[in-house]
Design a protein around this ligand. Structure first.
Ligand code: SF4
Length: 108
């Protein structure tokens, strides 16, 4: 599944356990997989989100999983300190106690 589409569809799920840190405004997630149309550049060359207060859940929660964090791990201010059991099993989240398994992790 397209990673951007997957992030959008799963964005209503809770943030995976083990995330620490905070956003340092590096902007890396605003370029996945291409520069967001709402990302603007200020006069001082710093980038900012022009819809920050109403940004969608996939931006608000990013990185929601350790898998998402791998896409920006060189610059992102968040970290995933430990893999949860559900992530080790290939789960991308759960709803009412039912694990949702990533299609990509089932492929061998
Ligand atoms: S990649 Fe991480 S630190 Fe950078 S803007 Fe996104 S959430 Fe913030």
């Amino acid at each position: 599944m397209n990673k951007k589409l997957k992030r959008t569809i799963t964005s209503f799920l809770p943030v995976e356990e083990g995330r620490t840190g905070s956003c340092n405004n590096c902007g890396a997630c605003c370029h996945l997989p291409y520069r967001c149309v709402f990302l603007k550049t200020a006069e001082d060359e710093k980038e900012y989100c022009s819809i920050y207060t109403v940004r969608p859940p996939n931006c608000r929660k990013f990185p929601r999983t350790a898998e998402e964090h791998q896409l920006v791990q060189d610059t992102c201010g968040f970290e995933f300190t430990s893999s949860s059991e559900s992530n080790k099993n290939g789960s991308i989240g759960s709803i009412a106690g039912i694990n949702i398994i990533s299609e990509d992790k089932n492929k061998k």
